[in-house]
Design a protein around this ligand. Structure first.
Ligand code: 7TS
Length: 411
């Protein structure tokens, strides 16, 4: 057996769902962590405890439960700040997910600071959540959108990016890691180049923060967005990090309770950051779950999570290449995280996924919310296997066995 950096068998015991049999005799092989990850007991327990013992609304009461809930909520903000090396917890805004974080920037920063003909640079490998908000803004304000092209082997074309920067963009918004190609983009260099051209930057960290160490100070990122549910945490809570001077200058996103300092009948004075951007009762139990997820991942160490995924993806690519008719998108293992999206000659990705499911193997089929990227490669859909800290080499083998069965099925 292949040796990995993590004690995966011990880690697997933390995830109750991994004991499930999907069909009689076929235990779950979960290879869809790019969509959402499974949750360890530590996260489930923390949220359960919160509801059983401390449930209350935050920031609004003097009673003991309200103080406990507020303390837990703000402690989670600090935990997030520590994880990404944010200068202050005040730079951490809780949202619903990556998508809402990006919409917050487009809506608040974009509507206020962008004007007709201003240029926003995106990339051809973006998830729809970093495309559509800018398309909506473009229709509304007449901003221009340009795209860093993706090369045939799945890298961003940095030479083309250099040329685009000559048009003095206002914003460069890009994914840190592709959810289809798995490509880990050179974020620090992309940001440095953007800053040299006077643009600010938004990093879509939905697939980076859960999988390897991300340091906003080192990157010098202006905004970073990610989701708790992709990093062992619950659904319903996401994060937007922003540099203080940017957040302070931005108007509120949603209006309501919590985001105000003073309300008159016809006007209001907004609260300080981060509360200015957190209208209404937030996802309190979910913040507790996110905090527990960060504690869990940090106890394992993000470097080791990344090293494990590197070992798994190297092995998975090696094995996939043995299967006649399989073609994997994106670069070699050394340039990517734990994502393998592939086509299998003559078989539709949905059929691949359906047959694999009969053997308990959960993979995703479709465009993975990156239709323009699939258009670029002239394929309507792919089958995608994605890996996390709880996946084993044996699970890769089961997927490969499954693919040979698929081939037999479809002749
Ligand atoms: N950005 C990237 C790079 C993503 O992979 C995803 C989700 C998002 C943004 C949106 O995250 P959300 O939490 O707001 O939904 N990616 C996927 C996927 O690959 N399959 O399902 C969701």
């Amino acid at each position: 057996t292949v040796k990995t950096s993590l004690e995966v068998e011990r880690i697997r015991m933390d995830f109750p769902i991994l004991n499930r049999e999907i069909h009689p005799g076929f235990p779950l092989v979960y290879l869809d962590s790019t969509a959402t990850t499974q949750k360890p007991n530590q996260v489930i327990q923390a949220m359960d405890d919160y509801y059983r013992f401390s449930n209350s609304n935050v920031h609004r009461g003097v009673h003991t439960l309200a103080e406990e809930a507020t303390t837990a909520f703000e402690a989670s903000r600090q935990r997030v700040a520590d994880l990404i090396n944010s200068p202050s917890p005040r730079d951490i805004i809780f949202t619903r997910n990556t998508t809402e974080s990006i919409n917050l920037i487009a809506s608040s920063w974009g509507r206020t600071f962008l004007q007709e003909d201003d240029l926003v640079i995106l990339t051809e490998m973006e998830h729809h959540s970093n495309l559509v908000p800018w398309q909506i803004l473009s229709a509304e304000k007449g901003i221009r959108l340009e795209f860093i092209p993706v090369t045939p082997d799945g890298f961003l074309d940095l030479e083309a990016y250099r040329k685009l920067l000559e048009n003095t963009p206002r914003l460069v918004a890009f994914t840190h890691m592709s959810n289809v190609l798995g490509t880990i983009n050179p974020a620090k260099e992309i940001i440095r180049m953007a800053h040299n051209s006077g643009a600010i930057t938004l990093v879509d960290g939905a697939q980076s923060v859960p999988h390897f160490p991300v340091d906003v100070k080192d990157l010098d990122a202006d905004f970073l967005a990610f989701s708790a549910h992709k990093m062992c945490g619950p659904t319903g809570i996401g994060v937007l990090y922003g540099k203080a001077e940017l957040l302070n200058a931005m108007p509120p996103f949603l209006g309501g309770g919590e985001m105000i300092k003073r309300v008159l009948l016809r006007s209001f004075i907004p609260n300080e950051v981060p509360h200015k951007f957190e209208a209404g009762t937030p996802a309190i139990a979910e913040s507790v779950g996110l905090s527990a997820a960060i504690t869990y991942l940090s106890s394992i160490e993000m470097e080791r999570v990344a090293a494990h995924e590197k070992e798994i993806i190297s092995y998975a690519l090696e094995r996939l290449e043995e299967v006649p008719g399989v073609c994997v998108l994106g670069p070699d293992a050394q340039y990517k995280g734990g994502v393998a999206a592939f086509t299998l000659d003559g078989v539709h990705p949905h059929d691949v996924a359906q047959v694999l499911d009969q053997y308990g193997i959960a993979v995703r089929a479709g465009h993975h919310c990156a239709m323009p990227l699939h258009d670029k490669y002239n394929i309507p859909a792919t089958t995608r296997a994605s890996f996390y800290l709880y996946n084993t080499m044996q699970e890769v083998d089961r997927m490969i066995d499954g693919l040979y069965t698929v081939k037999k099925y479809f002749g």
